[in-house]
Design a protein around this ligand. Structure first.
Ligand code: BES
Ligand code: MN
Ligand code: ZN
Length: 497
């Protein structure tokens, strides 16, 4: 999508369609909408009076200008109630506009104003507009012989006041970088598991790093063996695909010696459950079990594109969990990088196992903070539905920073308890810890298991199993399949922490 910003009057734009935003409940269009309405001989007013267009968030209505305007069409887009309008409402309305525009093969080029309201910053609103437009236009990787149609190719953002152009342009730059990161994460997560196995994940991270100038290090099984990462390697033993620890580093000049923010992602490219095999119903969704690693990779992509002035390291721990004659078993006792022992009760509780060695590995960076993202438990969805990811942390400041980033990015987190008593449920009989605490307290005990292997850095764990993908489209911004959850949140954290 080609995005540009120009100074001018929306009513005068010679595009295939101009977009006019309206709040819910207004009967008299104002400003640019009024000018367009007058040119159309009051068509917008009539639509509002008839009740056919409500202005409700996400509602759209297409009008034909029949020569009354340079543009052939006018798309009315509802912004919802003015009093409730915020950046997420701007994203959603732009998403709805993007979807409505894309339906018409005659609309190749659209022009739009930036939706806004009192108290909202123009640059932020422009960024939200761009994020909404691009994320709603997302199309997953295509394996059909015929390529899907892409109608809309260019969007011109029209701003009245020349003094505001630079801020609009900065909003476009930021929105494009962040949407690109979210799309990187969605694409990785949506790819089929026979195509996206650990080596292919590493190859794609390499292509990305080469483009953005990030530093890439990849450890294979031999190197991880030398580091005693035996818990992670045990999960990989039943798979024909080699595990990969993928490390991306963004360190702009002058930040190389700073303590980095470290992001760690669970990258199970397919989770069969291993010997504790899963039921086959909906097992295909387990191709998304690398969504934590995908979010970390997408966030690193966006962070590099934005040129964030911080040192950030992203680690994708990529492993396939399969059963075969060589696979690890329930009952096995493993000793990993930290020297601590873990007893396996279920080979299906594999995410915490690969993270145990990954969070131990990152101690070498002397991190300012470590945040891991993982599709860790089915139980987090029982606790929170699809509305928020679970947030577990051992440090109040990091927890507060993540909650603030969550508010700003509208990627919801909900704090979950980390009381010491939860550790009781995972005390091992023959080893220090066991990898499952049984049916009760499933989410907190899994976080406790990971915490057991962290070193003395501030650490937080996000269980994204309930939000990383959806089985049906949630809203204009959230298509069926991978959501890219976490990218916008992590970019905000990298900039604000
Ligand atoms: N990847 C799954 C978690 C999951 C399940 C995510 C369903 C999304 C939907 C994870 O590896 C897993 O299997 N967890 C088990 C843990 C249990 C064996 C202690 C679970 O949640 O059932
Ligand atoms: Mn599992
Ligand atoms: Zn899993």
């Amino acid at each position: 999508m080609k995005l540009s910003v120009i100074q001018g009057d929306i009513a005068q734009q010679n595009a295939d369609c101009i977009v006019v935003n309206l709040f819910e409940g207004v009967s008299e269009p104002e400003g640019a909408a009024d000018a367009v309405d007058q040119a159309l001989g009051g068509a917008i007013r009539r639509l509002l009076r008839s009740g056919d267009f409500s202005g409700k968030s996400g509602s759209t209505s297409l009008l034909y200008s029949a020569g009354a305007l340079p543009a052939e069409r006018v798309l009315l887009v509802g912004l919802g109630q003015a009093a409730k309008f915020d950046l997420q409402a701007a994203r959603k309305a732009s998403g709805a506009a993007s979807k409505a525009l894309a339906k018409h093969s005659g609309i190749k080029h659209a022009a739009t104003l930036v939706p806004g309201a009192d108290g909202l910053d123009l640059q932020d609103c422009t960024q939200a507009l761009v994020e909404g437009m691009l994320l709603a236009a997302y199309q997953p990787p295509n394996y059909k012989r015929e390529a899907p149609e892409r109608n809309l190719q260019a969007i011109t953002i029209v701003e009245n006041d020349a003094a505001n152009l630079a801020r609009c342009q900065e909003g476009v730059r930021r929105g494009e970088a962040i949407a690109a990161g979210v799309i990187t994460a969605r694409d990785l997560s949506n790819e089929p598991p026979n195509i996206l196995f650990p080596l292919e994940f590493a190859r794609r991270a390499g292509v990305m790093a080469a483009h953005s100038g990030m530093q890439l290090t990849v450890l294979g099984e031999e190197e991880m063996g030398k580091l005693n990462m035996n818990i992670l390697l045990a999960v990989s033993r039943g798979s024909a695909h080699e595990a990969q620890l993928i490390i991306l580093e963004h360190a702009p000049a002058g930040t190389q010696d700073d303590a980095p923010l470290v992001l760690v992602g669970k990258g199970i490219t397919f989770d069969t459950g291993g010997i504790s095999i899963k039921p086959s119903e909906r097992m295909e969704e387990m191709k998304h079990d690398m969504s934590g690693a995908a979010a970390v990779t997408g966030a690193m992509d966006a962070i590099a594109r934005l040129g964030v002035q911080r040192r950030v390291i992203g680690v994708a721990a990529c492993v396939e969990n399969m059963p075969d004659g060589n696979a690890f078993r329930p009952g096995d006792i493993l000793v990993g990088m930290t020297g601590k022992s873990a007893e396996i009760l279920s080979t299906d509780a594999e995410g915490r196992l690969i993270l145990a060695d990954a969070v131990a590995y990152v101690a070498r960076f002397q991190p300012k903070a470590v945040v891991d993202l993982a599709t860790l438990t089915g139980a987090i969805g029982v606790a929170l539905g699809q509305q928020a990811a679970g947030l577990f942390s051992n440090q109040d400041y990091l927890e507060a920073a993540l909650l603030a980033a969550s508010k700003r990015s509208s990627e919801r987190l909900w704090p979950m308890p980390m009381w010491e008593e939860y550790s009781e449920t995972i005390k091992g009989d023959m080893a220090e810890v066991k990898n499952s605490g049984g049916r009760s307290s499933g989410v907190s005990s899994s976080a406790k298991f990971i915490e057991h292997f962290t070193e003395d850095y501030p650490w937080a764990h996000l269980d994204i199993a309930n939000v990383a993908w959806t089985t049906s489209e949630k809203d204009a911004l959230t298509p069926k399949g991978a959501t890219g959850f976490g990218v916008r949140l992590l970019v905000d954290l990298a900039e604000s922490y």
